[in-house]
Each structure stands twice: as structure tokens, then as C-alpha cells.
Design a protein around this ligand. Structure first.
Ligand code: NAD
Ligand code: WQD
Length: 335
């Protein structure tokens, strides 16, 4: 029988936990490794509640090679999905060494152990940030990677480079998934986006304004060369994103390396997102236009055609679904 045991690093985090739900519903057995750097153990109970399954969990830092070797020895792992990383662009500028140690260090450990334990497939969480500030939109997988605007972006480029190098000789297949802007929450509202520190991403901040926790949303710049002057991004529902990971585990082995853009293929401006959020959820968001945020790319959105052609992946949920689900989830978190 096919071995369906999947090691999911960072599986208690935002995208990881949504992926664990999809893995279980597709008949996989996830083994979660998370050190709770940006999650809480409560997410494990929420996942068990949502799926009705007892989930294997190891509280381990995946930069710790000996602890990770113990994990690989304890389970017969077929594939690895590597979500664990630090992800704040702003924090990465203040703590570059910590970001390099965690993001690049954990990837090195996994690449080494996967070879040692004959793992078949490696799925890596990359990001549209690897494109830097693209000269042309939308971007395809062959759009050149330009210099990263942050240490965080540089760590994703460095991890990709390690994977590209490993794929020349490693016995496992690597699938690099470049996410655009993941948003929303599970439709059940049992899991969603949380951070141990204050959020820095747009939708969680909009939600905090809607709850009254924050007085207003600062829109970072309205003087960009875009139709309404605010930045444009490709916002993808986290459940659609999660489903792509399941498809990535089913790819044919004809190529040792695959790279996919995972976005909707349409860009929305910050102002459009805020307007839609208010309309869909019937709440009011106070906005103040402020200066540009350092390192922000004016506009980026994806051509996701290759993921559809090769994996049969297509978004089923809309940005409006994502904004409604994000708000439903946030309301469950108000104490
Ligand atoms: P998240 O912070 O919610 O989840 C990451 C999880 O990894 C957390 O539970 C954290 O505790 C854990 N973790 C971090 N370092 C660890 C370590 N050394 N050992 C074990 N566990 C560790 O982040 P997310 O939004 O779910 O992002 C998942 C992945 O996707 C990351 O690699 C991130 O860089 C990438 N990504 C995220 C976005 C986004 O906007 N959310 C966009 C593109 C790419
Ligand atoms: C979205 C838009 C801001 C907050 C980052 C990473 C990217 C990926 C996703 C991991 C931007 C604007 C935001 C606010 C605002 N992560 N904004 N006021 O910066 O597009 O992408 O997270 O890989 O790699 O770079 O996401 O959600 O922070 O911002 O106006 O208070 O919202 O300027 O245009 P970003 P974000």
C-alpha cells in the first residue's frame, strides 16, 4: 500500500494548519512538527476537533538536526511539506541573523535528512517575494527573480537556491510553491490567521480595526503608479492554497524539480480590498492614508496557468469569500 505519511513542518501555523485539514480529508497521515514560535498548542485541538482525527505532533525546532533525526526515525515519512519559517518582512530587517538561521537553517537540515531517510518528495513554501520588484506584471514562473527587497525575501531565494542545487542530484522530487498573498480562513471558522505578536499583514489588521481593537487602518501610500494610487496584490484564499499542497504530493515524478506560482491571477488594490471588506461584512473601517512602507512592491500578481495545466489546480473561492471567512474567524477570537 502507498505510504501516505507526510511530515508537515510549521503545521500549527496559518497555512500549515489549513493544509493539514486538506491532507486528512484526502487520506494522508500528517505528522506535525512545530516549535510554537508563532502558534499555540490550541491549534492542534482545533484541528482534531475539525477533522475528528488524532494528529501526530512533535514539538521540535526543525533547525535542531538531532531532534529532527529522531522524528524521521520515529515515523516512516514519505513526503515533507516545509512551512516552518519566520515570515515578517519588517522583523527580518531588524533580526537578519535569526531569519537566516531559522529559514535557511531548517531547509538545510531537511534536505540532508530527506536524503538520509529516502523521502520521496519535498514541497517548499516559497513566496512571490522572490520576484523582487517585477518589471512586468503578471509574473510567470520564468519571470526573473530580481534582488529581494528584504532579508525575509533573501532567505526564500537562498532556500530556493539550495533546493535547485539539491534537485540536480537528490533522489527526491522538489516542488517549490510561490504563494502570492494568502488570506481568509477555514469556512468553519475553527481555524484562521493568528500571530503570537502583533499582525503586520493587511487583512488581520483590517479585522482588528473592524473589532475596534485598532482605531484605524493606515494605507501605505496612494501615490503609486496604479489606478487608485494604492499597491496591488494577488490575494488568494488560504483553503485554495492548502489544496494545492495535496495536488503537489500527487505530481508525476517525470521532473525532479517543479515550480508553481499560486495566486488567483488578478490584482486588487489596498483601497479595493478595504472597500470590499466593508461591503461584504457590513462593517465600517476607518482609514488614514499615510506614507509608503519601505520595501513595498507597487504591484504584483500571478499567472497561475502552469499550476492548472500541470496539477489541475484552480481557485474555487473568491476574494469576497476570503474577506467574509477572515471576518467570521476574527469574530470567534474576540474575548
Ligand atoms: P505562520 O507563522 O503562521 O506558520 C509558521 C509555523 O512554523 C508557526 O506555527 C511557527 O511556530 C512554526 N515555526 C517557525 N519556525 C520553526 C522552527 N524552526 N521549527 C518548528 N516550527 C517552526 O506562517 P504562515 O503564514 O503559515 O507561513 C507558512 C510558510 O509560508 C512560511 O514558510 C512563510 O514564509 C510562507 N509564506 C507565507 C506567506 C503569508 O503571507 N502568510 C506568503 C508567502 C509564503
Ligand atoms: C499587502 C498590501 C501593503 C498593511 C508580504 C510579503 C510576501 C508574503 C505576504 C510571505 C501592501 C498594504 C498593509 C497596512 C497597508 N509573505 N498594507 N496597510 O507586503 O504584500 O506581502 O506578506 O512570503 O512575501 O512580502 O503583504 O499583507 O503586509 O500587505 O496599506 O497596515 O497592504 O502596503 O500593499 P505584502 P501585506
Amino acid at each position: 500500500m502507498e505510504n501516505k505519511t507526510v511530515l508537515v513542518t510549521g503545521g500549527l501555523g496559518y497555512i500549515g494548519s489549513h493544509t493539514v485539514v486538506e491532507l486528512i480529508s484526502a487520506g494522508y497521515f500528517p505528522v506535525i512538527v512545530d516549535n510554537l514560535a508563532n502558534s499555540t498548542i490550541g491549534r492542534l485541538s482545533s484541528l482534531e476537533d475539525l477533522t475528528g482525527v488524532k494528529i501526530a505532533f512533535e514539538e521540535v525546532d526543525c533547525t535542531n538536526e538531532s531532534e529532527m533525526r529522531r522524528v524521521f526515525s520515529s515515523y516512516k515519512i514519505n513526503s515533507v511539506i516545509h512551512f516552518a519559517a519566520f515570515k515578517s518582512v519588517e522583523e527580518s530587517q531588524k533580526m537578519p541573523e535569526a531569519y537566516i538561521r531559522n529559514n535557511v537553517g531548517s531547509t538545510k537540515v531537511l534536505l540532508q535528512l530527506m536524503e538520509e531517510f529516502s523521502v520521496e518528495r519535498f514541497v517548499f513554501s516559497s513566496s512571490c517575494t522572490v520576484y523582487g520588484t517585477p518589471e512586468i506584471n503578471p509574473v510567470s514562473e520564468s519571470t526573473p527573480r530580481l534582488p529581494a527587497a528584504s532579508v525575509y525575501g533573501q532567505t526564500k531565494q537562498d532556500c530556493e537556491d539550495l533546493i535547485f542545487e539539491a534537485s540536480k542530484s537528490a533522489p527526491f522530487q522538489s516542488v517549490v510553491l510561490r504563494y502570492f498573498n494568502p488570506v481568509g480562513a477555514h469556512p468553519s471558522a475553527k481555524i484562521g490567521e493568528s500571530t503570537n505578536d502583533a499582525p503586520t499583514n493587511l487583512i488581520p489588521l483590517v479585522c482588528e480595526v473592524a473589532t475596534g481593537k485598532r482605531a484605524k487602518l493606515f494605507v501605505f501610500g496612494e501615490d503609486y503608479d496604479t489606478p487608485d494610487g494604492s499597491c496591488i496584490r494577488d490575494y488568494i484564499h488560504v483553503v485554495d492554497l492548502a489544496k494545492a499542497h495535496v495536488l503537489a504530493l500527487n505530481l508525476s515524478k517525470e521532473s525532479n524539480l517543479e515550480i508553481f506560482n499560486l495566486g488567483v491571477g488578478k490584482g486588487y488594490s489596498v483601497k479595493e480590498v478595504v472597500d470590499r471588506f466593508q461591503e461584504i461584512n457590513g462593517v465600517s473601517i476607518t482609514v488614514e492614508i499615510t506614507g509608503r512602507r519601505s520595501g513595498d512592491v507597487p504591484a504584483i500578481w500571478a499567472i497561475p496557468d502552469y499550476a492548472e495545466k500541470k496539477m489541475g489546480w484552480k481557485c474555487q473561492l473568491t476574494i469576497d469569500d476570503a474577506l467574509a471567512h477572515a471576518w467570521n474567524w476574527t469574530k470567534t477570537q474576540i474575548r
